[in-house]
Design a binder for this molecule. Sequence first.
Ligand code: GLA
Length: 614
Amino acid sequence: MKVIILCAGYATRMYPLTLVKSKNLLQIAGIPMIDHIIEKLKRLPIDKIFVITNNKFFNDFQIWAKDKEKIVVLNDGSNSDKERLGAIGDIKFVVEKTEDDEFLIIAGDNLFEFDLIDFVNYGRKKGITIGIKRVEDINLIKKYSQVILDQNGKIIYFEEKPENPKSKDAAICVYYFPKGVLRKYLDDYLNQGNNPDMAGLFIQYLYKKVDVYGFVFENKWFDIGDINQFHYANFYLLSKKLEEKFGKGYIYFFIAPGRVNIIGEHTDYNGGFVLPFAVDRYIYLAVRKNNKKIANFMSLQFENDIVSVDIKNIKKTNTWADYPIGILWILKKQGYDFEGLDFIFESNIPIGGGLSSSGAIEVITLTALNNLFDLNIEKTRIPFICQKAENEFVGARCGIMDQFIITMAKKENAILLNCNNYQFEYIPVNLGDYYFIVSSTNVSHSIASGQYNKRRAECEEGLRILKNYLNIKTLSDVKMEEFEKYKDKLPELIRKRVLHVISENERTKKASECLIEGNVKELGELLNQSHISLRDLYQVSCKEVEIMREESLKIEGVLGTRITGGGFGGCLISLIHKDFVDEYIKKVGKNYKEKTGITPEFHVSQIVDGCLPF
Ligand code: GLA
């Protein structure tokens, strides 16, 4: 038997997330979506699995398929949604490339729990068979295909996307075709000029020509058509894992985004301005009370690694879990009362990747505790408690920016935060035909946290010296003229650091005006200036970041690029015209890989809300 997994669509409903990555390769519960399907095929008698994709994502699928057995990745040659062959066109494309056989066809965005063995056995007995799922809400049928079966399971009615559904049986794109039939009917269907796009239309045509059967699946099924379904699927699988590891109980769900800073780098701990937004990369949390005095932490990114702490005696574990454990520690220290919990996390925010996975895990943990135990902590206090936990428990002297934006973020807005008095403003992000694209170097140098603390100490030293001459509380109080007047009092290295902070603060205020005015050109210029300052004065860049930046500036349509976050690796943020995104990913991806040997990752940012219960 041969399997065809359909992965050539462009998932436009999930743009811009799927502009740079195939939907089928997005990670759900720790692994790419398609791997959940591959897992289900393991017990079937299969000789080949054809994964049909498009030219845009062909390379990514080839990398994914490396070292995997039986998988053949095929490229249908299309480069955009406009050129797509459609589901039926793609099935034909595969069928023409291989000898006749029985075929199992599965849409690559189906996520299901049911076993395919019974399905295939049923098909072998009956003939052409399609999967059927009974949905609870009849209105949902309007999005799918409606099916009516007779007593023998034969389809007697089929309608793709019905306006007035009569039954709750939906057809799902899991098809079985015995040997000798698929090619013939495909040819007939397509030669008559029928629509090659929706797989359901082919079944609608087929059941009138030949007997087609429906096999009703009982277990859970997700059709990952939009971002909400994607979140649901993640949470569902996460809750399963939680039950598997820790037993049953009422489960609560929370979601927290990552952070991208547009500009205002290393200004937060100097009382300056920052201009970050929350980006649509997420940490998912499923959590329940366990009625014990123990907190258990598990992450799908660190499989099998359950970290447990006694909540009456919370100690550092020197593992990833110190970030959430720090939250429990600080809450206890501040006199809050709570009981034992089981936590399970999943993240598609790259760990150590410069998008503040640490801030997100802190905020999500505190938000969860606040909700589960009615701690009545005001939202505006959450970032400060998280920061304190990271400073005092984990030992990283981070500023407030990450935790602040992850808590307070609002869709389609950045926040201009004054870290001197913590007043903030939502700044609508109005980029017209431009996007912020995030390019991950996929390196995080281990010196980062030591160097971060060192930079802070250097700034403190600069402040100490300047206080002898100026009436200031933070470096951000220093005006450029004042700096010019007293700069000779500062040792050379400290002078550089201070100049970065003062100039970056000015750039940040200007950048927020550019956002409001939609002045992308000047904004791009400010990003470039910020980077140069971070590279030459603050010295937090590294080789890989410079290579990525150099490559990205070669692309027409890029108005500016800079490193974002703490530094020494992580991500760059670039302002890019929509029409150049594909070229950017292709060229920058290729050249960066050639020059560093590292595969980068790209993400076209959508600006989302802060941490919430789900
Ligand atoms: C890290 C810290 C932030 C901020 C940035 C640099 O992300 O967590 O507080 O200092 O670095 O701007």
